[in-house]
Design a protein around this ligand. Structure first.
Ligand SMILES: [Cu+2]
Length: 483
């Protein structure tokens, strides 16, 4: 059993120090390239049927578990190009209402998939068609937005890959989806949420998987530059990701290209994505993608090189094309503070600003969209539980097209991955860590940490919440109403 400490110590003594002496100087990061004009957009028509399906997650001799999936596949991957149009029909064959939220995709507000807030719930037997264009390249995902612990906990997740960021093609690509499951030994699901978990760091799964298997292994071409698209789609887990057996660079965060930077280790909260490129070893060599966060290191992937060498030149991946996310005006931005904390008595004193007939008010009468208890708050306001009559007013009303600078302050002893719908924000820095300036849609805010982000507001009602699913269900969620 190798611990993180032993592995790092081993690396320090055995590998890193002597190797450094002989390594050529690291070339300066090459800047991102200006994206070309997108080609003619293609139309992608897909049907995503949300339905129950039996899968042997506990091994092929183990019991069956009843998962909920989009179609016949666990975690379907939709591949499109920047500028393409996606027309995705959600067909609900479950016994409860659902929707699809396109995490990280800058969609029009009415395509954002939040029940009651941006659309009517898609009831059992009903369908709903999402229709929008993909403005940005990157690695994204999709999931429902009510009863998230239950629906995502059962497996309702899919991936959207928007191509068009590579100025030179890599030799291979692997999609790596990390997600744990709350399974009993007989294959049935354990309760997805517990009071002790929801009020602390979250309720963890009992089975850790990547792409639905306990040990994910794959063959890759030898001496090749391969791209890994890693998605942390767990409801709770935080990971410290690193690579052993190959030189690796981070090339995108939450799908947004960055100037290639060496991967030492990168911390990923729930809902975060990381794109890496690495140079594989010669045939027979192995590369491990590892999570150093748990006491016992977990291997997310084992990649074994095979076949003839693909490349002889030194490892220096071509820069990606830059994203086209609107650049916030930092000098002219309005600053707003947001404190993520425990629920307080303030939840009892909501001002009912919404008309009870407003569709938004219906959200709290629906027990799929609210929990029965409240532990968390944003700026002392909690997303209501089902004991409240009305929704709280929005956290703020922003002006579309205007730049905002938010400070995100974590006043709890637990990390919170904070997600803003419909926007890609610029992470400017942290009060505790050296973070590169980068674009993201979800940012991990550690205990006692303050993170600054900036973005240009878009029109509509946009959710703002922690992506530890139990936290959003027990109060750590709000919304912006932007005109
Ligand atoms: Cu949280």
């Amino acid at each position: 059993m190798l611990t993180r400490r032993a592995a790092i110590a081993g690396l320090g003594v055995g590998l890193v120090a002597p190797a450094l002496l002989s390594l050529p100087r690291r070339p300066a990061a090459r800047p991102l390239l200006t994206p070309p004009v997108a080609g003619a957009p293609a139309l992608h028509d897909v049907t995503l049927e949300a339905k129950a399906r039996s899968v042997k997650l506990l091994g092929k001799d183990g019991p069956e578990s009843t998962l909920w999936t989009y179609g016949d596949e666990l975690f379907p991957v939709l591949r499109l190009k920047r500028g393409d149009r996606l027309r995705a029909t959600l067909k609900n064959s479950l016994g409860e209402h659902t929707s699809i939220h396109w995490h990280g995709v800058r969609v029009p507000n009415d395509m954002d998939g939040v029940q009651y807030v941006t659309q009517k719930p898609v009831e059992p037997g009903e369908s709903f068609t999402y229709d929008f264009s993909l403005p940005d390249t990157g690695t994204f995902f999709f999931h429902p937005h009510c009863n998230e612990t239950g629906q995502v906990g059962h497996g309702l997740l899919g991936v959207v890959i928007v191509a068009g960021d590579e100025s030179e093609a890599f030799d291979d690509e692997a999609v790596i989806i990390a997600k744990d499951w709350r399974l009993a030994e007989d294959g049935s699901f354990l309760p997805f949420s517990t009071d002790s978990g929801a009020a602390r760091a979250g309720t963890f799964g009992t089975l850790r998987t990547v792409n639905g298997v306990k040990r994910f292994a794959r063959k890759v071409p030898a001496a090749a530059d391969i791209r890994l698209r890693l998605l942390n789609l767990d409801a709770t887990r935080m990971m410290d990701v690193g690579v052993e057996g190959a030189e690796a660079r981070i090339i995108a965060i939450d799908g947004n290209p960055v100037e290639a930077m060496p991967l030492d280790s990168w911390r990923m909260g729930a809902a975060s994505r990381l794109d890496l490129v690495l140079r594989t070893p010669k045939a027979g060599g192995k590369v491990r993608l590892r999570d150093y966060f748990p006491t016992e290191i977990f291997d997310l992937a084992e990649l074994e090189a095979e076949g003839p060498d693909r490349r002889a030149e030194p490892f220096d991946p071509a820069p990606l094309y830059a994203s086209r996310v609107p650049e916030p005006d930092l000098a002219g931005a309005e600053t707003q503070p947001f404190v993520f904390g425990a629920a307080s008595d303030a939840i009892a004193s909501f001002i009912d600003t919404l008309d009870p007939d407003d569709p938004l008010s219906k959200v709290i009468l629906d027990d799929l969209c609210t929990a029965s208890r409240t532990f968390w708050a944003i700026n002392k306001r909690s997303w209501p539980n089902d004991g409240h009559r009305n929704l709280p007013p929005p956290l703020a009303r922003l002006k579309s097209g205007k730049s905002y600078r938010f400070t995100l302050q974590n006043a709890t002893p637990h990390p919170h991955p904070i997600h803003l719908h419909g926007h890609t924000f610029k992470v400017l820095g942290s009060s505790k860590r050296k973070l590169p300036v980068h674009y993201a849609d979800t940012v991990l805010v550690l205990p006692k940490e303050r993170i600054e982000i900036a973005f240009v507001a878009a029109a509509g009602k946009w959710m703002f919440h922690c992506h530890i699913l139990e936290h959003l269900e027990t109060g750590m969620m709000g919304y912006f109403a932007n005109a």
